[in-house]
Design a protein around this ligand. Structure first.
Ligand code: NAD
Ligand code: UGA
Length: 434
């Protein structure tokens, strides 16, 4: 099967690499010519465990290639995946400009019957719109079928998720197209769920919104635990034993960030609003999430009085471990607040510093060393639960910091362990150790 993938971001690149690895001939197309050059040389650009090796292997086997030209890239493709971004508009709705551009590119360049597969996260009705845009702009009289095939991978475990995800959703009203997409994915051995296009589009938003709801729910419980003396980790563990609830996505913390939960929850609220439905529950989920980083900040302010001239260490910048993605990272809001209050911030991250600098600028010190970051700090914020951070020897905090006061936004340490160390410790939804 000859496959083209439009867009080589997290989703497009991982999809292209994995599809080539199971034997398909894949060409990935991007409008960013600089990116294409680097991809052609085997540089994946983004940090994703396992991606570089798999990519190089399939380039060598001539199953995977890259192009900055739609005409070359789409020539002879039987199936075209759309994996371009759908960022947030000012009003919270999904921006479909890239989708429309990709649909137009397809229409102008395909020369044979084609199945167009939408991997990008798009509001209900978008695949119908894609079909219309293609039909209006078609240059050659060929048949185009549209399939919604939402992506559920997580950054940081994208390869593993692609090879062993929970389900593959295929939404189309065309049986033959559904069969083709099922066959393409067959070597992954993942259960396939077939449905209509609108439901497939909604499954993606509903799944992300539900996971976001779980996170905001446990964060609200954590905030109540702090007031009542309960321990949110114990509460989550006890709740998770109920199979109907499950243990996942019940880690209290600074809230969800990343390129998808924030924008997708907002887009779903907008979509509902467009259909005269006020999605009150999801609006609250978003509000709770927006307040969560500030909750820890306020706790620290109360303890320290003010931040003026104080060296504050921040451990972790990326929105979660194992990625260099800084999009909507909770660290951003927290650090901006600290800088506004006059703190001297030194921030550690093993891989996200380059991306962080683009967002946060040079008003803080960046470090790839935890020891250097902690040295003489008057307080430490833990923002991302990197393994390196979770493995910090608690004695180091006492030895390196000027005052060993820790505000842990990810509950990295067991309270029992902290009690035996000589540090002051404030975490999320658990008793303070002062
Ligand atoms: P991204 O922003 O990282 O990458 C998009 C790429 O598309 C860019 O390289 C851009 O240059 C390219 N592009 C834009 N218009 C193009 C065109 N007309 N032709 C060729 N290339 C074009 O995006 P992403 O994070 O991979 O997300 C893509 C979609 O997948 C979004 O809808 C997102 O919501 C969804 N999604 C993302 C993830 C994730 O973990 N990042 C997971 C599931 C779903
Ligand atoms: C999420 C979904 O998990 C994927 O299924 C989906 O495909 C993707 O969004 C998308 O649509 O882009 P991702 O954003 O990569 O994946 O990362 P997650 O592991 O879901 O974490 C999202 C955020 O929630 C992170 O900031 C993480 O720290 C936070 N989180 C997660 C919590 O605060 N508590 C938890 O229990 C779990």
């Amino acid at each position: 099967m000859k496959i083209a993938v439009i867009g080589t971001g997290y989703v497009g690149l991982v999809t292209g690499v994995c599809l080539s690895d199971i034997g398909h001939t894949v060409i990935c197309i991007d409008v960013d010519q600089e990116k294409v050059k680097r991809l052609q040389s085997g540089d994946p650009i983004i940090y994703e465990p396992g991606l570089e090796d798999l990519m190089k292997k399939n380039i060598e086997k001539s199953r995977l290639s890259f192009s900055g030209n739609h005409q070359t890239g789409l020539a002879g493709a039987e199936v075209v995946y759309i994996a371009v971004g759908t960022p947030q508009n000012h009003d919270g709705s999904a921006n479909l400009n890239y989708i429309e551009a990709a649909a137009t590119d397809i229409a102008k360049n395909i020369t044979q019957d084609t199945v167009v597969v939408t991997k990008s996260t798009v509001p209900v009705g978008t695949n119908q719109h894609i079909k219309e845009v293609i039909t209006v702009n078609l240059v050659h009289p060929v048949k185009v079928t549209v399939v919604s095939n939402p992506e559920f991978l997580r950054e940081g475990s994208a390869i593993q998720d692609t090879f062993s995800g929970d389900r593959i959703v295929i939404g189309t009203d065309d049986e033959q197209a559904a069969y083709i997409i099922e066959e393409i994915n067959q070597p992954f051995g993942i259960p396939v769920y077939k449905t209509d296009i609108a439901s497939a589009e909604m499954i993606k938003y509903a799944s992300n919104a539900f996971l976001a709801t779980k996170i905001s729910f446990i964060n609200e419980i954590a905030n109540i635990c702090e007031k009542t003396g309960a321990n949110v980790d114990a509460v989550a563990a006890g709740m998770g034993l109920d199979n109907r609830i499950g243990p996942k996505f019940l880690s209290a913390g600074l809230g969800y960030g990343g390129s998808c939960f924030p924008k997708d929850t907002n887009a779903l609220v907008q979509l509902a609003g467009n259909h005269e439905h006020d999605f009150k529950l999801l609006k609250s989920v978003i509000e709770v999430n927006n307040n969560q980083p500030l909750h820890l900040f306020q706790k620290a302010k109360q303890r320290l009085g003010d931040f003026k001239g104080k060296k504050i260490a921040v451990l972790g910048l990326a929105f979660k471990p194992n990625t260099d993605d800084m999009r909507e990272a909770p660290s951003t809001l927290l650090i901006q607040q600290l800088l506004e209050e006059g703190a001297n911030v030194t921030a550690f991250d093993p891989i996200a510093i380059e991306n962080a600098r683009r967002i946060l600028g040079d008003g803080l010190t960046y470090s790839e060393s935890i020891d250097e970051t902690l040295q003489d700090a008057e307080a430490t914020f833990i923002v991302t639960d990197w393994e390196k951070v979770k493995n910090i020897d608690l004695a180091t905090l006492e030895q390196r910091m000027k005052y060993p006061i820790v505000f842990d936004g990810r509950n990295c340490f067991a309270l029992e362990a902290v009690k035996t160390a000589n540090i002051e410790y404030y975490s999320m939804g658990r008793s303070d150790i002062a």
